[in-house]
Design a protein around this ligand. Structure first.
Ligand SMILES: [Zn+2]
Length: 674
């Protein structure tokens, strides 16, 4: 266990995976929490008057061994877990929550921070230091530090109620999802479905000890059925079942929960001094306030709507021509879109995959990062890894100085969760003049190699690799003093800019020529394919954009101002008024299963999907103006965005890079909407 309590004595202080035993974790957490608490106590009990250095700086660097332990443990719990590890996670998570509550509810600590916050103008602080003061101060205030005792207990009461309601909301959605099955016994009802989908439905039926095939409301079962099944009546039945989750006036109904969550969030915001829940949330977002979000969405809607209506008419005509459909319904959309897409592009993954050998794609990302930011990636074999599949790199700059350590872990295996993500094993910071460089990791679940073929990626996997690598660059190039402001520690609606912008290079012939080479012949991907990739990427973008906008507007309608909701369905219908394409389905309601905003963390944040796209398109347009490998633009991006973390307001950083606020035109152009 000793090894987990202090600095690692390894190359670049990398994590010594092989020396950590499963039994070490829990006692190490306990010991590190104890030590971190002692560090906090020492700050609070310091007899000297509070200064930036003895309070905020000390606080930000406190608990370093605990942070490293947490990152190693929870990173591995995602990438290489076991039953034993999950059990430990269950045990240590409450300890960590309690520790973080001990800090945010520590009144004496708050007094010291407040004293500094009150005089911050006269302290000669750097911009980064001011940001740190504001961030820490706000962290306490947003948790109720300025409230009197009665208000504080009211706040705790609301929080408890909200936590319960959100839990119930989620449980209801889950129950309703699990309580439905589409059971098919007649083989001809499966017409149109791909082989793999049918097999999965067959084994689902076997699991349930049923004849035939079973489809469920889980996405991997539901989406393919709606996309491929020829049987229109069954698509209808299935779609309606999906749309009435937790809206059936039974014990799992969420209508009252929606009303109560909205009401309590509003009360909570008022108690803390905010006009609405959205005002509370958006205070710590690039978008800043509900007015800005609503005008952002409406502005985009105005531009996207004509395209969406045009696409809807085109799709309707296509369905009419193909199957004599008079009115396109919600259960027809995915089905005819897929058919139309096949007709227009006829671009399948098997044709593209030979051009995207994983090793080539990764080298492509490295080469592009080299051209833009002067980075070199050198594979090394003297850094420990937690699994044989992982490859490790030293990342160096033009002067051969270490920039970061990079771990790449690309193939699925038991013990790795689904999806793709970037994370760090060590954050960057500068202490006593020493710049401590970060350890960054990308974890994905790509098509593995076979006995006869190397790993060949679908185009979707290619953009995923670039996306996560873009987050990775945000971590690797971090150059801030304080760890809590470093790398990806930025506002939530800003964090996807570095990742999404990097995806843009995957569509540029000049960039593709660097890495999209046939794995057997070495031939560069044909121009015709590149064109098709681009065109199919913006297929039906108008409708997709309008759909995202409709969810964003619904979210803001619930949370942007006080609301009395008589009837959830009617309320929702009104919010969707300007964004409708398909006829309404009376027995369906979105709000009763909109887990993103009522259960998860997306309340007042749904707009950020589109926001991030506007940012990345606008930022990439600047590269396109000057050349996609232009050193000057790249340096501006590195110096004002990638290296700056959360040290300044993102709008300030963005304007320093771009010279102006982001505009939606580049996105609309890229999406083929103008
Ligand atoms: Zn991302």
């Amino acid at each position: 266990m000793e090894i987990l309590l202090k600095k690692f004595n390894t190359k670049f202080e990398t994590a010594p995976f092989s020396q950590i035993k499963m039994d070490d974790y829990k006692p190490a957490f306990e010991e590190n929490i104890k030590n971190a608490k002692a560090e906090i106590d020492a700050i609070v009990n310091n007899p000297e008057t509070p200064t930036f250095k003895n309070t905020l700086e000390a606080l930000d660097f406190a608990g370093n061994p605990l942070d490293r332990l947490s990152s190693i443990f929870f990173n591995l719990n995602s990438a290489e877990t076991s039953d034993e590890m999950q059990k430990i996670a269950q045990e240590v998570s409450p300890l960590l929550t309690e520790f973080s509550n001990d800090i945010t509810l520590n009144e004496d600590l708050f007094k010291r921070i407040k004293a500094i916050h009150n005089q911050k103008e006269s302290l000669n602080l750097t911009t980064e230091q001011q940001t740190l003061v504001d961030k820490k101060y706000k962290g306490f205030v947003r948790n109720g530090a300025l409230l009197n005792d009665e208000q504080k207990s009211k706040l705790r009461e609301i929080d408890t109620q909200l936590a319960k309601l959100k839990l119930t909301y989620g449980e209801n959605v889950l129950s309703e999802t699990n309580n439905y099955q589409l059971h098919i016994t007649n083989e001809s009802d499966l017409k149109g479905l791909p082989e793999g989908v049918i097999e999965a439905a067959k084994s689902e039926a076997e699991n349930r000890k049923l004849e035939g095939w079973v489809f469920t409301l889980d996405y991997p079962s539901y989406i393919p059925f709606l996309t491929y099944a020829d049987h229109r009546e069954l698509r209808k039945e299935f779609a309606i079942a999906a749309g009435k989750k937790a809206f059936q006036n039974n014990e799992f109904d969420n209508q009252e929960n929606v009303k109560n969550i909205v009401r309590l969030r509003h009360e909570r915001a008022n108690l803390l001094g905010y006009a609405s829940h959205a005002h509370f949330v958006l205070e710590e977002r690039m978008a800043q306030n509900p007015d800005k979000v609503i005008s952002f969405l409406n502005d985009l809607l105005e531009k996207a709507k004509p395209a969406a209506e045009r696409e809807f008419a085109e799709l309707s005509a296509f369905a009419k021509g193909l199957d004599g459909i008079d009115q396109l319904e919600k259960w027809d959309g995915a089905y005819y879109s897929e058919k139309l897409k096949q007709k227009l592009f006829n671009l399948d993954d098997e044709k593209l995959k030979p051009y995207f050998k994983l090793a080539n794609v990764l080298n492509g990302a490295f080469t592009i990062a080299g051209k833009l930011y002067g980075l070199k990636f050198i594979e090394v074999f003297d850094i420990e890894k937690y699994h044989n599949d992982v490859t490790t790199y030293e990342v160096k700059d033009e002067n051969n100085e270490l920039v970061a350590v990079f771990y790449a872990d690309f193939f699925p295996r038991k013990g790795k969760r689904n999806g793709a993500w970037m994370t760090s094993y060590k954050s960057q910071s500068i202490r006593n003049g020493k710049n401590d460089r970060p350890h960054i990791s990308n974890v994905c679940n790509f098509t593995p190699p076979t006995a006869t073929k190397p790993s060949l990626l679908t185009f979707n996997e290619v953009t995923t690799l670039f996306h996560e690598f873009g987050h990775g660059l945000h971590g690797m190039l971090a150059n801030t003093v304080y760890p809590s402001l470093s790398g990806t520690s930025v506002y939530w609606d800003f964090v996807e800019l570095p990742s999404q912008i990097f995806e843009n290079w995957c569509y540029e012939p000049e960039a593709l020529a660097l890495f999209a080479k046939h794995y057997e012949t070495g031939e560069i991907i044909p121009q015709e394919y590149v064109e098709k990739i681009k065109e199919s990427a913006s297929f039906q973008e108008g409708m997709a954009t309008m759909r995202q906008i409709s969810f964003g507007l619904l979210d803001m309608t619930y949370h942007g101002k006080p609301q009395t909701i008589e009837n959830v369905k009617a309320f929702e219908e009104k919010a969707f008024e300007n964004t409708k394409l398909y006829p309404d389905v009376a027995e369906n309601c979105m709000s009763t299963s909109f887990s993103h905003i009522f259960q998860g963390g997306y309340s007042s944040g749904y707009y950020s999907y589109k926001w991030a796209e506007v940012l990345d398109a606008d930022a990439f347009a600047y590269f396109q103006e000057k050349g996609i490998f232009d050193k000057e633009v790249a340096t501006k991006f590195k110096e004002n965005v990638l290296s700056k973390g959360g040290t300044e307001h993102p709008m300030t950083l963005y304007k320093k890079f771009r010279g102006q606020e982001p505009k939606p035109e580049a996105l609309l152009k890229r999406a083929g909407l103008i």
